[in-house]
Design a binder for this molecule. Structure first.
Ligand SMILES: Cc1cc2nc3c(=O)[nH]c(=O)nc-3n(C[C@H](O)[C@H](O)[C@H](O)COP(=O)(O)OP(=O)(O)OC[C@H]3O[C@@H](n4cnc5c(N)ncnc54)[C@H](O)[C@@H]3O)c2cc1C
Length: 837
């Protein structure tokens, strides 16, 4: 083994080898892979090899698509058989909700470029004659989907990598990892040491041990997963004898299983309830090729459902049950990208569909390592999307939940209940007493909306009992009422959210935004550093506020911060709560090596209560003698004020487009402030409001969000950030690339759309947008009903020539096309008169 390489990859499963292959394809040949045993001796050897393209995530969807395209060409490239069978994949729907999910997904698929067909039950029967189609309302088919032999695929990727100069060392176990003073990594193995510039871990079920070597709690813990292989069935054998095509992969999502032909018999793979987390501290020393004792009781409900759907399955004996560890994360998506707090350390872990993801994950990771940026928005799989809260105890519970929900309908408003409540702000109980229905972000509980005390959904509104997986509502409240149904359409909370929006507009509302991420930047070089980083001008005077963006190296948008100057050498930055670890990591890694800047995370020191609405000033003025008049306290400024006996930094900004104040207060004073506000606000009609109302209000203002309208895939100017990007202010991250991007020309333009003719549905984001001829010309990034305007609205990225005001487009929402008109940005109060009032 050589003593130095540019990149060392740990782990010779399909994911590690896929990364090695992709690095070589990017032109880096000085790359080495270390595998403790044989290639594929981890999870890869017992994978069923399915390549499901279905994925609601824009990032993961693109990764899977790339993999399938790569695998199709791999055999020709390497001469190595991969056993790719493009047999197609059919997903059955038994309920309206499921059908809506498929319709929503069909839109995502179209924007990514994945082909799908919609099938009638009769068409399903034609392709899958052994399927009983009773009770089926339709099906979604991926014609390009299929399965592959995972071990053969891994060997082909290994050959491709070796052909390009990569070295693979089997029987080489990594025992320790250290950071050298030079910034390189020193990897110790039982076969000697190797140093490298970049280190990639792809250690599958061994990730807990890898994390220990690195001093990182990587948010992955595997779960047991089983599949059953049957004896041959005469009908399938006969089909084969007659040369009939393979029936393909069949999925009955509502019963949580998949099935395909295997050697004249069938494979049944259920995703069961009760599957336990395993390898919580990593597998034992000799865990290669390990399978667990099968648990047929756990499989029973799915086996019974499968027997009804495919009676032939009941007519054959079970040949073997595989029960192996499958890596999981709290949201079920893998961990692909840089590790937080470490340089040149890359994680490619937590893959529960690693065979499907390997090619695409390697492709993006290799771009990130070699070019410094991936080319697709990887926020959905970024390792930093979880924070330190996602540790061992949380992961066990949350990953089991992610596993058993693989097939549940992925409602956009679904809020899963395991491992909650975890992080509660002090006013949690007060909000709950007021009817808050909570959602969770980054472990924090946040009011989503407020249910009236007498609201209770009837049995008829809730799940269908004859379907195993059709859970469609939030858990009951403490007094046993179910108050929220999840849906792809306007749900029961729709009018209540409307009332919250109206009250913010007419009177005053209170929102708990304590989950915001907060950072303090100080020191003699703080201003200079922020200026070199962010695209907007940094506020010059104490008390001034500016919205600033950190761009990617390529000129896309990575992060957004409200920057509030608190002193000559100090700034307070507020960012999205969900991206705290991500944003802090980006800031920390950009700190000047020569010092002069101090960066601190202060999220849990400050709570944030947002007062918004025309009566917010009047209300707050009753609690402070600081002059809150517009002349003394204008928009986009902040002041440290008394709030009764408590205190807060009051910032005259908000995300809803009304007169308002964000009160950033010492978190331990939150309830005092809360009570003072609620008491003082009573005569002014104060009511709390939640995130759902905030989202509706922000869409009416065309306010962008990271990972929706703002992403590394769109240049900051395509996202319409012209007001916040000062190309002539001097150097800042991404500036030159943005200038070059502008010279090359843009392919997208941010627009606000009014969607016409909707009655029970609004856009949610990811819907395809078409021109008059029906050609795909863009994608929706956010959508919802604007209560102040009484209109269904959407934010979107479209082809630049179609973004003129008045342009007529159409948007496909849940399978139906609706006319959509490009309207001026910020349709509510375009002059910001309310904000400036
Ligand atoms: C029953 C079952 C069915 C499945 N079916 C499918 C399917 O149909 N489709 C699909 O896409 N996915 C499927 N999966 C998931 C799939 O198997 C995994 O996502 C995939 O194999 C993960 O690959 P990997 O390379 O990340 O991990 P692994 O294959 O586990 O590879 C990790 C490698 O790292 C090595 N390693 C670990 N630590 C060290 C160290 N310290 N030093 C050196 N080497 C080390 C290990 O020996 C191992 O070879 C299934 C999983 C199970 C359990």
């Amino acid at each position: 083994m050589k003593s130095h390489a540019r990149v060392v990859v740990i782990g010779g499963g399909v994911v590690g080898v896929g990364t090695l292959y992709a690095l070589v394809k990017k032109g880096w040949s000085d790359v080495v892979l270390l595998e403790r045993n044989e290639l594929t001796s981890g999870s890869t050897w017992h994978a069923a090899g399915l390549l499901p393209l279905f994925n609601m995530s824009y990032s993961v969807g693109q990764i899977h698509k790339h993999s399938v395209e790569l695998y199709r060409a791999l055999e020709a490239e390497t001469g190595q058989h991969v056993g790719f069978r493009q047999v197609s994949n059919i997903r059955l729907a038994r309920t309206r909700d499921r059908w809506d999910e498929y319709m929503y997904y069909a839109g995502v698929a179209e924007t990514i470029g994945v082909k799908v067909n919609l099938l009638t039950p009769a068409q399903v029967k034609e392709i899958w004659p052994l399927c009983n189609t009773e009770g089926i309302i339709g099906a979604l088919q991926h014609p390009d989907d299929g399965y592959i032999q995972p071990a053969d695929l891994t060997q082909a990727l290994a050959k491709g990598a070796r052909d390009g100069g990569a070295q693979i060392h089997r029987k080489t176990r990594v025992t320790a990892i250290a950071e050298k003073p030079s910034g390189e990594w020193l990897v110790t193995t039982d076969q000697g040491d190797i140093a490298c510039e970049h280190l990639v871990t792809a250690t599958g079920n061994f990730v807990r041990q890898t994390g220990q070597m690195l001093g990182l709690d990587i948010p992955v813990i595997p779960v047991e997963h089983q599949y059953i292989v049957t004896e041959p069935h005469p009908a399938i054998v006969e089909r084969q004898r007659r040369g009939l095509p393979e029936m393909g992969v069949l999925r009955e999502s509502d019963s949580s299983w998949y099935m395909r032909e295997e050697n004249g018999g069938l494979i049944l793979g259920p995703y069961e309830r009760g599957a336990p987390a395993c390898y919580v501290d990593g597998p034992a020393e000799k865990a290669e090729f390990e399978l667990f004792q099968e648990d047929l009781d756990r499989l029973a409900p799915h086996i019974e459902a499968a027997m009804i759907r495919v009676p032939a399955f009941a007519e054959v004996g079970i040949k073997k049950v595989y029960n192996g560890a499958i890596a999981y994360t709290p949201d079920g998506s893998p961990i692909i990208g840089p590790a937080w707090g470490r340089r040149n350390l890359w994680l490619n872990e937590g893959h529960s569909f690693g065979v499907t993801a390997s090619g695409g994950a390697g492709w993006q990771l290799a771009e990130w390592i070699v070019e410094g940026e991936p080319s697709i928005d990887m926020m959905g799989v970024d390792p930093r999307r979880f924070g330190p809260y996602a540790a061992r105890g949380y992961l066990k519970v949350k990953n089991e939940e992610a596993y058993r929900n693989v097939f549940t309908p992925h409602f956009p408003d679904e809020e899963r209940s395991s491992a909650r409540p975890l992080k509660r702000t002090p006013c949690y109980d007060r909000m709950k007493a007021l009817g808050a229905v909570f959602g969770s972000v980054y472990g924090w509980e946040r009011p989503g909306w407020f249910a009236p005390p007498d609201l209770a959904l009837s049995e008829a509104d809730l799940d269908r009992p004859d379907v195993i997986l059709n859970h469609n509502h939030a858990p009951p409240t403490d007094d046993g009422r179910v108050v929220e149904k999840w849906s792809f359409r306007r749900s029961n909370y729709f009018p209540h959210v409307g009332n919250e929006c109206r009250n913010v507009h007419d009177n005053v509302g209170l929102l708990d935004m304590s989950a915001f991420a907060k950072y303090q930047v100080s020191g003699p070089r703080a201003e200079e550093w922020l200026d070199s980083l962010l695209a907007n001008r940094i506020p010059k005077q104490k008390g001034r506020i500016a919205l600033c963006h950190l761009l990617s190296m390529n000129g896309g948008v990575r992060s957004e911060f409200t920057v509030y100057r608190t002193g000559p050498q100090s700034f307070y930055l507020v960012g999205a709560g969900a991206f705290e670890r991500h944003d802090f990591d980006c800031l920390e890694k950009a700190l000047p090596p020569s010092g002069g800047v101090r960066l601190e995370k202060v999220t849990t020191q400050y709570g944030v209560l947002v007062l918004a609405g025309p009566r917010s000033r009047e209300l707050l003025q009753t609690l402070t003698d600081v002059d809150l008049s517009n002349a003394a306290f204008p928009w986009l400024t902040g002041k440290f004020i008394d709030v009764g006996i408590a205190q807060a930094h009051a910032l005259r900004v908000n995300f809803v487009g009304e007169l308002g104040f964000e009160l950033h207060h010492p978190i331990e004073m939150q309830n005092t402030i809360f009570d003072l506000i609620m008491d003082a606000g009573k005569p002014m009609g104060i009511r709390p409001f939640g995130i759902k109302a905030m989202d509706s209000l922000r869409i009416e203002k065309s306010y962008r969000l990271i990972s929706r309208e703002l992403s590394i895939e769109y240049s900051a100017l395509e996202s319409g950030l012209d007001r916040f990007v000062h190309l002539n202010k001097g150097e800042f991250v991404g500036r030159d690339a943005l200038v070059r991007w502008r010279e090359r020309g843009f392919t997208n333009r941010f627009v606000t759309l009014e969607v016409h003719g909707t009655s029970d549905v609004d856009a949610r984001g990811s819907e395809p947008i078409h021109d008059r001829k029906g050609a795909l010309v863009g994608r929706c990034t956010s959508g919802g009903y604007g209560w102040r305007l009484g209109k269904s609205l959407a934010l979107a990225m479209v082809r630049p020539d179609l973004g003129e005001i008045g342009g007529e487009l159409s948007m496909r929402i849940l399978g139906q096309s609706y006319p959509a008109t490009v309207i001026p940005e910020s349709p509510f109060d375009p002059e910001n008169l309310k904000l400036r009032a």
